[in-house]
Design a protein around this ligand. Structure first.
Ligand SMILES: Nc1ncnc2c1ncn2[C@@H]1O[C@H](COP(=O)(O)OP(=O)(O)O)[C@@H](O)[C@H]1O
Ligand SMILES: [Mg+2]
Length: 391
């Protein structure tokens, strides 16, 4: 069918042609927004956890949009692992704070922010390492300018949330890949969320990350569990998965049902990214309005090849030879998880050399630790992909 009309969109954070199966999450966020409008205090933030490709970033984007439409100050950024990560993420936070505040110029929050919040945003920007401020964000001496991250964050959040409360809106920090935040910033953020809950500030951290995220938060602050509503984002249920394909296809006047539909659904296994990938090849191969079983089988074959050459191989190529051996040893357990103790036997290596490989693979985002002493692939289907690789 006309390639120019292909509605499917495999890609990180790319808005799908039909966002399906996530109404409970959207409702939960909706409620938060409604409660902020009513100046109801004491809510928790929301954390989405799940493997890569299940649709967390898309949901975060939806939340941000919803909050912005309701006049919130929304600051969205992605954490970064590795050496330059902490510095980069602080600068990003500072920049997004300024941009986010400026977006509120035409709203009722602006006059309140000018009185109270903007000064601390300017001041904290300097402690976060951002230079070159524009003149319209004025400095207020004595707020958020101690250069101690935890103190400055708390003062800034207090000032901004008070302003937002007066405008019957809220202040959200929307953080993607949150498992990659460095311990200092993570700890400071949790402390502020805690203070916000106790003092009734409409400030919420809305995060997404791998299934290891709740554990990381609990390590950082013992009360972290009580600060958030945790929501697991996983495979779409069969009805939603079918709609992810049929709604965009029918919108364009084509038909997908019966055995052809079931064939594609079976290949995708309910994973959002895979549904988009197979949807795209399905559109490419179909020639008649009614999609046939032949189309579906070919689309699955081509879609799997696309995934192998993109989604999976990009991770595989990031691994060194030794790390690939590690991953291959993991793939004996299929999609896992694998007990790290089992890898010692399979690889014939000592514990400490495996620990450093494990650390590097976690930093590269290829594996994570679902529990102490376990490792698992961050993307669904990685075990099967590795089994298909000869070398
Ligand atoms: N609810 C959904 N319905 C259909 N497709 C979705 C849904 N959520 C995400 N997708 C698609 O899945 C892919 C991965 O989404 P993304 O949000 O990047 O996942 P994650 O952040 O969990 O890795 C994107 O191509 C996106 O369009
Ligand atoms: Mg994501």
């Amino acid at each position: 069918m006309d390639p120019a009309l292909n509605p499917f969109a495999p890609g990180s954070g790319v808005k799908p042609p039909a966002l399906v199966g996530r109404q409970p999450e959207i409702d939960a966020f909706d409620l938060l927004v409604a409660r902020a409008k009513a100046n109801a205090a004491g809510d928790r933030g929301i954390l989405l956890t799940g493997l890569r490709g299940v649709g967390k970033t898309v949901l975060l984007n939806e939340f941000s949009e919803l909050a912005r439409r309701n006049g919130w100050l929304v600051v969205q950024f992605e954490a970064q692992p590795g050496e330059g990560g902490p510095e980069a993420v602080r600068k990003k936070l500072a920049r997004e704070l300024q941009l986010g505040a400026r977006r509120l110029r035409q709203t009722s929050a602006w006059s309140h922010l000018r009185q109270q919040g903007l000064g601390s945003i300017s001041n904290i920007s300097i402690s976060l390492g951002l230079q070159g401020l524009t003149a319209d964000l004025k400095f207020t001496p004595g707020r958020a300018d101690s250069h101690a991250l935890d103190i400055d964050l708390e003062e800034m959040v207090e000032d901004v949330s008070e302003s937002m409360r007066k405008a019957r809106a809220g202040f959200a920090l929307v953080i993607d890949e949150m498992q990659d935040l460095d311990p200092d910033l993570l700890g400071a953020l949790l402390t502020v969320q805690h203070a916000a809950g106790q003092r009734g500030w409409p400030f919420y951290i809305v995060g997404a990350g791998l299934p290891s995220l709740p554990g990381r938060l609990a390590e950082s602050r013992s009360y972290a569990e009580r600060l958030f509503h945790y929501r697991k984002v996983g495979q779409l249920d069969p009805t939603a998965a079918a709609e992810a394909l049929t709604v965009p296809i029918e919108r364009l006047g084509a038909v997908l049902r019966g055995e052809p539909l079931r064939t594609v659904l079976a290949a995708a296994g309910g994973y959002a990214y895979f549904l988009q990938a197979y949807g795209r090849t399905l559109w490419e191969v179909a020639s008649e309005t009614e999609i046939t079983l032949g189309d579906a089988s070919l689309a699955v074959e081509l879609g799997t090849a696309d995934l192998d050459h993109g989604f999976f191989v990009s991770r595989w190529q990031r691994a060194t030879r030794a790390e690939r051996n590690y991953l291959r040893a993991m793939s004996q357990d299929g999609e896992g998880p694998t007990a790290t103790a089992d890898l010692i036997g399979r690889l014939g290596r000592d514990h400490s050399s495996l620990t450093s490989q494990r650390g590097r693979l976690i930093e590269k985002g290829i594996i994570f630790a679902p529990e102490h002493g376990q490792v698992q692939f961050t993307v669904p289907g990685m075990g099967a992909f590795i089994a298909r690789q000869k070398e």
